[in-house]
Design a protein around this ligand. Structure first.
Ligand code: NAD
Length: 353
């Protein structure tokens, strides 16, 4: 099976590619523009495989997308390429509109024309899998869970752009019968995540004795899922999900941001016993909350469990320790991804235009 994976040099895309490459029946075309968030060092272990191809292509470029589809004649597309950081979307929404909405439209347009041109089994089995987030559903009170039927109510420019792209993908199915599946997943964590996101940011700051920023009171609740569990779920939905359907993916791991930060601090106290910054918890610094910060996200992942038999393999406790160990052992990777402009400064306070 030949799959175009967009955003394959990013955090989740590279985890999916590493899993696919472990199985000889798959050939992968990684289509990625290599923005600040894309890093081919995450794919060193697969880059020499004859079943792996890399195309540095921007999904805003229709001509280049057409070239890649014509050249590789894929059996499926898994679409992960996106601007993905909420704080950046507050400081500069334009890139989110252009990549997440217009880019997804370009990809749908090119993939649909390609699908029109193929025949037989290849056409019958073709799949376009759109990877999205639980943030499209907006905010929850203290109780309740997001199901596949929850109405969309996005709060940030990021989640609004992802909601728009979900609607486009669904419309391509309803209007043109284009064979799509959509997944909406909770917060991911794991190795190879760009250190603007909470867990790597806090880990790397703590190791250097820098302040650990907690937004507001840190009471916001997120449902955390290890990226390898997400990658397994994505592969299952692409191969076995029902055409036209949506699947929510979550880890049954609701934690407040403050709990997550304190867990990282306690693990670093244990794993780096000679650190001059013990107890790391004293580095916690409360900063102005993010504008429009949703209070709670929590996923009902029963449909994917019942219909496709997916369950996460990691608990938060096992996954977070593996993750912290990964950042401790991969300082060079962390250094290289930050060699560009980003130095873990505060983004998205809503003060810029
Ligand atoms: N990280 C999470 O917790 C999470 C949770 C649910 C859903 N998602 C979704 O999963 C997908 C992947 O997320 P991630 O955390 O791996 O993101 P990421 O920011 O780590 O990676 C995004 C990748 O997309 C590429 N990209 C960006 N703009 C592009 C463009 N115009 N053309 C081609 N490539 C482009 C980047 O170079 C990068 O490699 C996104 O669609 C995101 O919305 C993420």
């Amino acid at each position: 099976m030949k799959i175009i994976i967009t955003g394959g040099a990013g955090f989740i895309g590279s985890a999916v590619i590493r899993q696919y490459m472990a199985s000889t029946e798959f050939e992968v075309i990684n289509l990625d523009a290599l923005t600040y968030a894309g890093n081919l060092e995450s794919l060193i272990e697969v880059e020499d495989s004859p079943r792996y191809h890399f195309e540095q292509v921007d999904i805003r470029n229709i001509k280049e997308l057409e070239r890649v589809f014509n050249q590789y004649q894929p059996d499926a597309v898994m679409h992960l390429a996106a601007e993905s950081h909420v704080d950046r979307s507050i400081d500069g929404p334009a890139d989110f509109i252009l990549t997440n909405i217009v880019g997804t439209y370009n990809l749908l347009d090119v993939a649909k024309k390609y699908w029109d041109s193929i025949e037989g089994d290849k056409k019958d089995h073709f799949r376009f899998h759109h990877v999205s987030t639980d943030e499209v559903y907006g905010d929850l009170e203290a109780t309740g869970l997001f199901t596949e039927e929850t109405s969309y109510d996005p709060s940030s420019p990021y989640s609004a752009s992802k909601a728009s792209s979900d609607h486009l993908v669904r419309a391509w199915h309803r209007t043109y019968g284009f064979p799509i599946v959509i997944t909406n997943c909770s917060n991911n964590y794991g190795g190879y995540q760009f250190p603007e996101k909470l867990i790597p940011l806090v880990t790397l700051n703590a190791l250097e004795g820098k302040p650990l920023p907690v937004y507001g009171t840190g009471e916001q609740i997120r449902d955390w899922l290890h990226v390898d569990d997400h990658a397994r779920a994505l592969r299952l939905v692409l191969e076995k999900g029902k055409t036209g359907d949506t699947y929510n993916i979550g880890g049954h791991n609701e934690k407040t941001n403050l709990e997550v930060v304190k867990t990282i601090c306690a693990l670093l106290d244990k794993l780096v016993p000679d650190s001059p910054h013990i107890p790391h918890e004293k580095l916690i610094t409360y900063v102005t909350d993010r504008p429009g910060h949703d209070i709670r996200y929590a996923i009902d992942a029963n449909k994917i469990a019942k219909d496709l038999g997916w369950l996460p393999e990691e608990t938060f406790e096992t996954g977070i320790e593996k993750t912290i160990n990964w950042y401790l052992q991969n300082a060079e990777w962390c250094q290289h991804v930050q060699d560009g402009s980003y130095q873990r400064e505060r983004l998205g306070a809503g003060e810029k235009t």
